[in-house]
Design a protein around this ligand. Sequence first.
Ligand code: DGL
Length: 288
Amino acid sequence: MTTSSFNSVSPDRQQETSQLPIGVFDSGVGGLTVLRAMLQRMPGEDYLYLGDTARLPYGSKSRETIVRYSLQTTTRLVELGIKVLVIACNTATAAALPALRETFPNIPIIGVVEPGAQAACQASPSGRIAVIATPSTINGGAYQNAILRRRPQASVRSLACPLFVPLAEEGWFDGPIVESIAKRYLSPLFSDDNPPDCLVLGCTHYPMLASAIRTVIGPDPVMVDSAATTAEAVQSSLDSKNMAHPQQQDRTGVIRFFTTDDKGKFARTGSLFLGMTIPEDNVQLVDL
Ligand code: DGL
């Protein structure tokens, strides 16, 4: 249903819909950095999180494959019952947002690229912005376009960092190996006389590597990701559609987790990304 048709449904139906969970998906545990920001902002909402760990990484696959996977994960979440979908994956947002909106016109769908671009444009004084993301996100140009649409004079450098996702999924967030990989990727981006003053972490896995990245780029550039601005966008979308959970001020929401591979590994690494323990018995294995 569209916004206007939602507003025209009966009050009972609207009340029922507003009590449904927020659906969130990523190729793995990276999207938990976005869920974490949503929990801080909207702790009274319920959430369903699906990490398609069996097929990770999405970022090195073709657009067609990413669209197909994204349609499958979304279908599952919609079958389970959600009131809004958050694509907590830059790669899936960049490749599949239009296809998802076309296929599920009745569910509001929010991606992470526009909120990430907005965060970058707000944070960069000079407009010299570097974006790092998966190969698919960088090659598709979604970030570059979203930044330039907001700030046409910006100068955007972009770089794919494909090794960052497996490092983060492995729980290798810092230390000499991670730092030397970060150095190899990032030094060339920051080595001239006019380096960027803002680095966009354009993949939801990358915030976990922030301290290793910081040792390479130094203290000055602002580092931004899309987690906080996405959480803000989700909240204002729910408010504008009158879809926030009616008792959200008086309750703590429930989170259910789904993965397409090893539940134990999802719970272990996911706990680090979410910043709170995910009990393995709260993780369900699903086959898409
Ligand atoms: N977390 C995903 C993103 O934000 C990428 C991970 C992957 O390559 O599957 O792009």
